[in-house]
Design a protein around this ligand. Sequence first.
Ligand code: PRP
Ligand code: URA
Length: 206
Amino acid sequence: MELHVVCHPLVDDVLAALRDRRTEPAEFRRLAHRASLLVAAEATRDLPTRETEVETPLETTRARLLGPRVVAVPVLRAGLGMLDAFLELVPSAEVGYFGLERNEQTAVARRYYEKVPRELGEAVVYLLDPMLATGGSAAMALEGLQGRGAREVRLLCIVAAPEGVAYLEKTCPGAQVYTAALDRQLNDRKYILPGLGDFGDRLFGT
Ligand code: PRP
Ligand code: URA
């Protein structure tokens, strides 16, 4: 499995504010958007392009367009906080959804919704989920996408725990993971430390 931790001063700056317990939901949403732009820019850096021609006001020139079909799949709910940023960078992306929810007692994820575009085999699929904690949710979504034919899947996170990375290494060795931060560990309730708390709750004010 490939792990990319995005190293950039703007990432540090946005993470400091996202982690701050005093950040209210409206501001948290703006910060999640900014962090997602930075992670998504890094995770799209190597996408192939194809040649085209455009007419500028002065002459015709060669230019390049994004090559592959791109599909974005946010994991409900928290992944919705990353979707607008991704679509800002890749407006042509198709969008699918996975609804996953961790049981509060066991931290085991349960799938409650799934709607993804067909024929994922030739697409580059971006799974959007800001928190990689135990890795159970991400593994379930990655396996679901692979079961629908996806061959190239990239998971975009904002905060990842070493336990989740190790779990994906074992269960989804072909996955590529991009994260703004790799934190220290999980606590006994399977929350990331230092982390930023419950991303979905902070995003939606629940
Ligand atoms: C959060 C988060 C991930 C999951 C990560 O979702 O958005 O999907 O937990 O934890 P894991 O790696 O241990 O599986 P949650 O289940 O809290 O649902 P929500 O987004 O609806 O709040
Ligand atoms: N989900 C979250 O939102 N936060 C964590 O720390 C772990 C899982």
